[in-house]
Structure formats: structure tokens, C-alpha cells
Design a protein around this ligand. Structure first.
Ligand code: 5GP
Length: 352
């Protein structure tokens, strides 16, 4: 047994220190980024925020609305759409801001293979971005899977995860991932930390993993734990190249869910982890015996059209850039100094 004594930080443990700035308005800030990916050699230009591949977030409706904003915002479609639905979606909407998601199951790979042999793929309008997503990215078979998919799809941009430490980021980048997804346990409907005791404070995970990835020309996507726009600013300030959002995008018209009337008379929508019993009952006919459910189900307030929430999110991010004098999102991490906040302050300001 060993104890790491270094302090590791979550979003709530820090604030961003303001800096002198020449900016007079947040309108002057450009929150898009441009990247060229190491393996696929494809270019990305846009706002590097991605909707998580969860039932009520990574929906086709979300993807249509995000695409219509013209800002390059991404959506990782959840894994439970049928092959026919996916092909039809790509045919009608194109692939510009869409990540096709898979796990490592045989069923997922069979569906992917079937898509790859479809006409839309042959015409070059099919999958060009792939998100390979497992709860625990530390297993050797997962790395092997990433390697195999990379050799099968040399020009597809691959995002793979999740991990939280630099050495595993390096292994995944060297195995063919263009982007490594970072986060174990921070998700708003995740119970991994409670059920297993495993996890890593998310801001430190981002800082350490970004450093490892950038050294190899890879990128990281900070996944989970952003509850307010300020958390997204902290993730980018810590070096994230992309940020993935679940809970912040749940509860909208685009969630493809039902509005429920609460006992208080207010409107809510269900939001659940993808390994919660709700998700497993819906998609797999129950919780498999060997596997504890590591996600929970909550009701989030119904928030109407996601376009309004997006405006808040991007407004917060622009404002954060203004406070530190970053004209572009790229400059944010260079201009970020985090100040540690004591637990007491967190309690007073209700950040806990
Ligand atoms: P949020 O933005 O809601 O804080 O976090 C979203 C992320 O939580 C997802 O992208 C995914 O990585 C993670 N997640 C989603 N469902 C589950 C689950 O059931 N269990 C765990 N451990 N993580 C989940």
C-alpha cells in the first residue's frame, strides 16, 4: 500500500484569479479552437464542447440543434440507436458534428461494421469521428481494441477513454487515440466513487492528462463533473482541449424524454447514468448479476430549449476569458492561475 501525499483538486477546490486585460466586452472573445489530429490528420474548427453519449443528452435531436448553431459544437450519439436510425440520420444530416459511439462489446462492433459497409460510408459521408467509451479504460483488452480499430479506420478521428492518469493517456495516444477522454467518477449521475472507492479529482486529472497528451500531439476531452459554466472554464483553464457535458445538457426539449410533473407542481425530466439500473433495464433487460449498478437516476428540472442553456454556457465561458484577458479560448489555459479555496468558503458559497 502507498499513499500519494500531493494535493489533488476538483473544480470546487479552486477559482480562477482575474488578470489585467485589454478586452472591453465578452463579445470580443472567440471561444472556438482549431486542431489537427495526430492519427486521422483531420482538422477540427469550432467550439470544443461535446454532448455526452447518454440517452437523454447524446440524442439525434440534440445533434440537429447543435449543428444548426453553426458553431462546431459536437454530439456523441448514444449507443442505443439502431443501425437503421443511424444510417438514416447520417444520410439526412451529414456527419459534421457527430461522434458515433461504441463500447467494446461484440454487438457494438458488429453494428459498426454494418455501418462501415453501408452506402453512406462508401460515399464518404458516414463515420469520420468515433468515440470508444468504457467505464474503465485501464484494461489491456481495451487498449488492444483501440489499436485494432485504429488499424481498421486509419482516417477516422478516434476519441477513447476513460482514464485519469498520464501514463494511460500516453498508452492510448500511442495505440491510436487522437483524443483521450478523461474522468473516472466525477459524473453527476455516477456512483463509481461511492460503490468502488475508485476515482481521481477531476481538475487534477485534466491538468496531468493534458500535459501527457500534449507531449505526444494528442488531445484530451474532460468528461464529467461540470455542473456550472464556471466548471467548464476551469476545465479549459486546466488544459482540456474538449469538454464533454452530461447533466448540464439534460432536461431539455432535445432530450427525447418525457416531462414529469413533480409533487411541488414543477416540471422535471428523468436523467440517469448509462450504467444505472434504469438504463440497464431499458436497454439490456436488467442489471447483469456480476455488475453493480454504478449510476443513479435523478429528476432534473425541465429547462425548455437547449439553445437558451447553450447561450448561458458560452456566455459564462466568454466572460471567464474576459476576466483573465484571454482573447481566444486557446489563451485561457496560458492565462489561468488557479487559487485554492478552503473547504469553509465552499460551504459558505454552497459549492459543495
Ligand atoms: P456529467 O456531465 O453529467 O457530470 O457527466 C457525464 C459523464 O458521466 C458521461 O460522459 C460519462 O462519462 C459519465 N457517466 C454517464 N453515465 C454513467 C454511469 O452510469 N456511471 C458512471 N460511472 N459514469 C457515467
Amino acid at each position: 500500500m502507498r499513499i500519494e501525499e500531493d494535493v489533488k483538486l476538483d473544480f470546487k477546490d479552486v477559482l480562477i484569479r482575474p488578470k489585467r486585460s485589454t478586452l472591453s466586452s465578452r463579445k470580443e472573445v472567440d471561444v472556438s479552437r482549431e486542431y489537427v489530429f495526430k492519427w486521422s490528420e483531420r482538422k477540427f474548427k469550432g467550439v470544443p464542447i461535446i454532448a455526452a453519449n447518454m440517452d437523454s443528452v447524446g440524442t439525434m435531436e440534440m445533434a440537429r440543434v447543435f449543428a444548426a448553431t453553426g458553431q462546431g459544437l459536437g454530439v456523441a450519439l448514444h449507443k442505443h440507436y439502431s443501425l437503421e436510425q443511424l444510417i438514416e440520420f447520417y444520410e439526412k444530416n451529414g456527419n459534421e458534428n457527430v461522434w458515433y459511439s461504441i463500447g467494446v462489446s461484440e454487438k457494438d462492433e458488429e453494428k459498426l461494421d454494418a455501418f462501415l459497409s453501408s452506402d453512406i460510408q462508401k460515399q464518404g459521408q458516414g463515420i469520420d469521428k468515433l468515440c470508444i467509451d468504457v467505464a474503465n479504460g485501464y484494461s489491456e483488452p481495451f487498449v488492444e481494441f483501440v489499436r485494432r480499430i485504429r488499424s481498421k479506420l486509419p482516417d477516422v478521428t478516434i476519441m477513447a477513454g476513460n482514464v485519469v492518469t498520464g501514463e494511460m493517456v500516453e498508452e492510448l495516444v500511442l495505440s491510436g487515440a487522437d483524443i483521450v477522454k478523461v474522468g473516472i467518477g466525477p459524473g453527476s449521475v455516477c456512483t463509481t466513487r461511492k460503490m468502488t472507492g475508485v476515482g481521481y479529482p477531476q481538475l487534477s486529472a485534466i491538468i496531468e492528462c493534458a500535459d501527457a497528451a500534449h507531449g505526444l500531439k494528442g488531445f484530451v476531452c474532460a468528461d464529467g463533473g461540470c455542473a456550472v459554466p464556471g466548471d467548464i472554464a476551469k476545465a479549459f483553464g486546466g488544459g482540456a482541449d474538449f469538454v464533454m457535458l452530461g447533466g448540464m445538457l439534460a432536461g431539455h426539449d432535445q432530450s427525447e424524454g418525457k416531462i414529469i410533473k413533480g409533487k411541488d407542481g414543477k416540471q422535471y425530466m428523468a436523467f440517469y447514468g448509462m450504467s444505472s439500473s434504469t438504463a440497464m433495464e431499458k436497454h439490456a433487460g436488467g442489471v447483469a448479476e456480476y455488475r453493480a449498478s454504478e449510476g443513479k437516476t435523478v429528476q432534473v428540472p425541465y429547462r425548455g430549449d437547449v439553445r437558451d442553456s447553450l447561450q448561458d454556457i458560452l456566455g459564462g465561458l466568454r466572460s471567464a476569458c474576459t476576466y483573465v484577458g484571454a482573447v481566444t479560448l486557446k489563451e485561457l489555459s496560458k492565462r489561468t492561475t488557479f487559487v485554492r479555496v478552503t473547504q469553509q468558503l465552499n460551504t459558505i458559497f454552497g459549492n459543495d
